[in-house]
Design a binder for this molecule. Structure first.
Ligand SMILES: O=C(O)CCC(=O)C(=O)O
Length: 214
């Protein structure tokens, strides 16, 4: 355990599951909303490329349609991804009920090339305090897990490698976190990813009852 509610499970995804996820992400990256660099309200451009499933995230809200990209409705969140999220939660917390209590309905899929980074931020657009499930495939990264008060110290730096699961919920749900570094060339092409790092976060938005147009 990294902090109360934050759990790292190295090597949780089998090689076969990693390959399946890479193939699925490759399809989602093609459309209906293409993977792209998100433009921030101030005009900055995120160095990661992102595509979403279930709900579209744009800074700083969720919608069913990708209004900041091409206006298309995002791909539906598949049942197998929901089950994967529940299984991950149950494994991380060693508690079947923790998995069953959560209904992830969106996935944010981020691709990092060797120079991409993610600054310290909180995941707080969800109207749910359910834990966030993070799955990593490809190149190893340095993942920085901070505190719930601000972007600064104290934080813990750890390496997330291909197949690793990281869950943060409970007291850690709104902790600041980021990716200061990707260790280019450390991934295994057998995953289907020739280079770079894929991170998939499964989240419960709490927006289930909201009409698609919002
Ligand atoms: O790439 C990661 O491990 C973290 C991704 C992240 O912080 C996010 O999607 O909000």
């Amino acid at each position: 355990m990294i902090a109360p509610g934050a759990v790292h499970v190295p090597g949780w995804l089998s090689p076969e599951r990693q390959r399946k996820l890479v193939a699925a992400c490759r399809e989602w990256a093609r459309g209906p909303v293409p993977m792209r660099h998100t433009v921030l309200p101030g005009g900055g451009v995120m160095s990661v490329e992102t595509v979403c499933v279930g709900w579209h995230w744009q800074p700083y809200r969720y919608s069913r349609t990708a209004d900041d990209v091409n206006g298309a409705r995002v791909a539906d969140f598949p049942g197998w991804l929901l089950e994967l999220g529940r299984e991950a939660l149950a494994a991380a917390y060693e508690d079947e009920a923790a998995g069953a209590a959560c209904t992830p309905d969106t996935a944010l899929i981020n691709f990092y090339d060797g120079s991409a980074r993610m600054g310290m931020h909180q995941d707080r657009e969800e109207r749910s305090g359910a834990p966030v499930v993070s799955l990593s495939i490809g190149d190893t990264c340095v993942f920085r897990f901070g505190n719930t008060e601000n972007r600064g110290r104290p934080w813990t730096d750890m390496e997330l490698r291909s197949g690793d699961l990281f869950v943060f919920g409970g007291d850690a749900r709104f902790a600041y976190h980021g990716v200061p570094k990707v260790l280019a060339g450390t991934g295994d092409p057998a995953t289907g990813l020739r280079g770079g790092r894929l991170n998939i976060t499964l989240r419960e938005t709490g927006l289930g009852g909201v009409p698609a147009a919002q």
